[in-house]
Design a protein around this ligand. Structure first.
Ligand code: TYC
Length: 104
């Protein structure tokens, strides 16, 4: 924005630095356990993380092998809603599946 001082000199304000950072993003992870059926985990990944069956199977197998695996990256409120939906679904079905979020 341009203004004038008392001598009519045109003063041009320096461009302000961007003050607003993009919101932090959160990874949603599934954790392995010995009891939740593989097929149930695949269905969960398909339903809540919009993956096709093949991708969901790969993610499930990674969790099974490595102990945890990433299902997606989202803004905080969406990540936390997904965690809650997954946990509610798993508990209703009687499975101990664990789902957590961490800053990406
Ligand atoms: N380990 C489980 C089994 O052998 C399968 C499993 C995979 C469980 C991923 C949880 O997040 C998980 N039935």
């Amino acid at each position: 924005m341009a203004t004038k001082d008392e001598n009519s000199t045109v003063l041009v304000r320096k461009e302000q630095k961007q003050a607003v950072k993009p919101p932090p993003m959160y990874q949603v992870l599934l954790l392995n356990d010995d009891y939740t059926p593989m097929e149930f985990v695949v269905a969960i990944i398909q339903e809540y993380f919009n993956k096709d069956r093949e991708t969901a199977t790969q993610i499930m197998l990674r969790v099974h092998r490595d102990g945890k695996g990433m299902c997606g990256v989202y803004p905080k409120d969406i990540a936390s809603t997904k965690v809650e939906l997954v946990l509610t679904h798993a508990r209703k079905a009687g499975h101990p599946l664990q789902c957590v979020m961490e800053e990406a």
